[in-house]
Design a protein around this ligand. Structure first.
Ligand SMILES: [Zn+2]
Length: 222
């Protein structure tokens, strides 16, 4: 549903002047400010994709501040978009300036994983690096099933194959968990490494990575 459609439904139910904003709140679901003449409603954007039942309860709450409705929409929010606080706090930079992580992830999932992986992906903000020697291009957080990609890769000087390679690498971490062998943690197992080499631009990517780290910057880099 579009915000506009929701606004029309609200207006059908009251004579007050209504204004509606949609926000990506961190932990709030709706805010309602009422004066004698108007009502300002600010709604969590995720509600717009909920079903008719939730929409009805939402309308009821917005117009009448009905407590039962509030309970219902709160439950819905907790189950659907505040499920995991940790993720919600950081959610979600998918579209960079150059690269769209969701597209990259989806393509790789289709091309190499039979669409079997069910992970989330986001950029993380690049820390300030003095040198790139210890740079982390990507991370995989198994608890949250979340891939995090360094925002530094969202740059036209980073080849498309390279950011694809980094995402591919992090996706493999989901398939090949850490093993413990003789008290030693192995993050990149033999199977992991073999699978990684099947990436068509593996050699180019490794070459680029080396150059990047060595130079501390790449040609044309701002
Ligand atoms: Zn790794």
């Amino acid at each position: 549903m579009l915000a506009q459609e929701f606004l029309v439904k609200l207006k059908e139910k009251t004579n007050l002047k209504i204004s509606l904003k949609v926000k990506n709140y961190r932990s709030r679901i709706v805010s309602i400010v009422v004066s004698r003449f108007d009502k300002k409603i600010c709604l969590h954007e995720k509600f717009l994709s909920s079903d008719e039942y939730i929409i009805q309860n939402l309308l009821d709450y917005c117009i009448n501040q009905n407590k039962t409705s509030l309970k219902i929409i709160k439950n819905y929010a907790n189950q659907n978009f505040f499920k995991n606080k940790i993720i919600n706090e950081k959610i979600f930079f998918l579209k960079g300036i150059c690269y769209n992580l969701q597209d990259i992830y989806d393509n790789l999932n289709t091309g190499y994983f039979d669409n079997k992986l069910n992970l989330k992906i986001t950029f993380f903000k690049k820390p300030k690096y003095k040198k790139y020697r210890s740079i982390t291009f990507g991370l995989y957080d198994d608890r949250n099933k979340l891939i995090k990609i360094n925002k530094i890769l969202d740059n036209e000087f980073i080849p498309f194959y390279f950011i694809n390679y980094v995402v591919f690498h992090e996706m493999l971490h989901n398939l090949h968990p850490v093993t413990i062998d003789n008290n030693r943690r192995k993050v990149h197992t033999k199977e992991f490494k073999e699978k990684e080499k099947t990436f068509p631009y593996y050699n180019e990517a490794k070459e680029f990575e080396k150059k990047f780290i060595k130079k501390g910057k790449i040609d044309g880099w701002a």
